[in-house]
Structure formats: C-alpha cells, structure tokens
Design a protein around this ligand. Structure first.
Ligand SMILES: [Zn+2]
Length: 331
C-alpha cells in the first residue's frame, strides 16, 4: 500500500475510534465488544478443555453465553435494573467500585489491600465471585449473578486504567477519566484517556468480536501461557495493569500533552490485545476452578489456581484435596 493509502486507512481508523469513544459512557471499562471478546475466548478455551464447566456456566445463565452476559454488569451499576441477555437483573449501585482498583502511579505497592477498602475493588470481588460460584449452598440467582460479575470483572481488571490513577493537586484523575485527549486535527475536548483505552481494540474489528477473538486465540496458541494462571494470578492481573499504566500510558500522555495521532493506536494495539488474551485465559481458568468438577482434566488447573486461597478458603480446600489425591494416585 502506498504511504498515502496507508495514511488514509489510519485516519479512518482514528475517526472510527473518535466516533465510538465520543458516543460511549467513558467509565464503563472495555467497551461491550472488548468484554464480549473476553467471553468468547474463555468459552472457546473451556469448550476445548473442559466442556463440563462450560455447560455448567451456560446452565447458570439460562442458556445465554459468556459473550452475551459479558457487558451486563455495566448496566446495573447505577440506579436501574436491566434485562441483559434475557436475564432480568436488579439495580446494584453498591457494585460501582467493584469494577476497578485505583492504585496511584506514584506508589509502588507491595500489598493491594490498602487500595481495596472493605473488599470493594475488582480484585477482591473476582475472588468473592469464584467463592460464590463454588458455594453449593448459595441460591441459583446468587450464583448466576456471581458468574455475570466474574465474566465482566476479569475483563475490567485487564484494562490498565482500571488499576491505576494519578493524584493531581490532591485529587484522583479516576483512571484517566479526568485527562482530556486531543486528536490531531480534532477540536473535541470531550474524549478522555480512560475512554480512549476502553475502545482501543475496536477499530480493528469493530463489527465482529468473534473475528477478533479467533485472531487472539490463534495468538494464544503460540504463547507460553503457563505463568498466566499460576500463583495468585487474580492479584497479578491487577499488578500488571497498574504497571502498564505507570510505565507506558501515563508517561506517554505526559510527554505528548494528551495529543493523540494515528501512531498511538498502532503502538498500543498489541498491548491492548495481549490484555484481552490474558483476560480470556484467566477467566476460563477461574470458571474451570469453580464449575469444572473434579475430573482429571481440571485437576492441573485447580492446582495451578492455588494462589486463590488467599481469597477463597473453599477453593483452597478443594485444591489441597485434588493435589493430595493426585499425589496418592501416583504412589
Ligand atoms: Zn465495568
């Protein structure tokens, strides 16, 4: 393609980008398409590795798919309920802080606890949702809501600006929501850094999340993903997001004075896609942990998820039992 042709394509991409971002709520986390992509990746991985866990998840969702319910949590965080993927959900305004964890980029956190008062942050909520899903004494609707939250929050946690903020003059910028972004050639001031990132994956496959999911799944197959689901990977995901915001996103914003051109998208797309890949892989592991039963195919995954007991004693007990059983079988 000629340089002019390439420029035209890129400016089209930026315009699509601006349009989508201006017509969205800036504080929702990945756009619906981003969340749907995470749900699709997780479902495909489960279908291949543990179809029993996927079937259990879809039964809980009344036949809806992980993709369909992935955006639902954003529809109930304010004052009204919603019909989402055929499921009637009540308003859950208390869930508003559960979509993020604000860690100031001036900090170098050893523990995430100080940033998660009362367990009201995305990290603790993901662990709580896994516990609720595992809890056979919980009601159907409690477990259904826990799964709807889990699918969404794992996606949110991988959006870097859901795990970082900057304190300016003693006030938070709310993960870049208070940082205006100016596109070269655009006079609009309505776009902000957080909204830009919510939609950063969209120009590539804006009409079809399944195309993007298939592409990312091919990429996942080429990667060594064992470390993605080892140890306390739920906390690790938030730390990774924080570090990307601190090392890449905020310094670049400061250097450019908030001015964005087409090359920004080129540079950041790979980073954003890797976040979606990790979210999909980790979501599948968590669902398998909670709903996968105790078949041999899930035992390794359960053991790998042993970082969870910090947030889930029930899971810890089950992982311990699986590990003991596996050790016994080998004798
Ligand atoms: Zn959200």
């Amino acid at each position: 393609m000629s340089e002019n042709g390439r420029r035209r394509v890129l400016s089209g991409v930026v315009l699509a980008f601006v349009f989508l971002a201006l017509h969205s709520n800036p504080a929702l986390g990945w756009s619906a398409r981003g969340h749907e992509t995470v749900g699709l990746i997780a479902a495909d991985l489960l279908a291949a590795r543990n179809p029993r866990a996927l079937a259990a998840a879809e039964r809980l969702l009344g036949g809806a798919t992980l993709e369909q319910v992935a955006p639902c949590a954003d529809f109930i965080r304010r004052g009204s309920g919603a019909d989402c993927a055929g499921i009637q959900l009540d308003a859950e305004p208390q869930s508003r802080p559960w979509h993020f964890i604000d860690i100031p980029i001036s900090d170098s956190p050893e523990s995430l606890e100080p940033y998660c008062p009362g367990g009201n942050c995305v990290v603790d909520q993901i662990k709580d949702d896994v516990r609720a899903l595992e809890d056979s004494s919980a009601s159907f609707s409690q477990r259904q809501l826990a799964l709807i939250y889990l699918v969404h929050f794992v996606g949110d946690e991988h959006q870097p600006l859901h795990c970082a903020d900057e304190i300016v003059d003693g006030r938070s910028d709310y993960g870049g929501n208070a940082k205006p972004v100016v596109f070269e050639g655009s006079r609009s001031q309505r776009l902000n850094l957080h909204a830009l990132w919510d939609h950063i994956i969209e120009p590539k496959d804006k009409l079809d999340p399944s195309t993007l999911a298939a592409q990312l799944e091919r990429d996942i197959k080429k990667r060594d993903i064992s470390s993605w689901t080892s140890g306390d990977f739920v906390a690790d995901a938030a730390r990774e997001s924080f570090q990307i915001a601190k090392d890449d996103i905020y310094p670049e914003y400061a250097a450019d004075g908030g001015r964005i051109d087409a090359s920004y998208h080129d540079r950041m797309q790979a980073l954003a896609e890797l976040r979606l890949e990790k979210a999909g892989v980790r979501l599948s592991a968590l669902i398998e942990t909670a709903l996968g039963g105790q078949g041999p195919e899930s035992s390794q995954r359960l053991a790998q998820a042993s970082g969870l007991p910090a947030g889930g004693a029930a899971i810890g007990r089950r992982v311990d039992a699986m590990v003991r059983q596996a050790a016994w079988s080998r004798q």
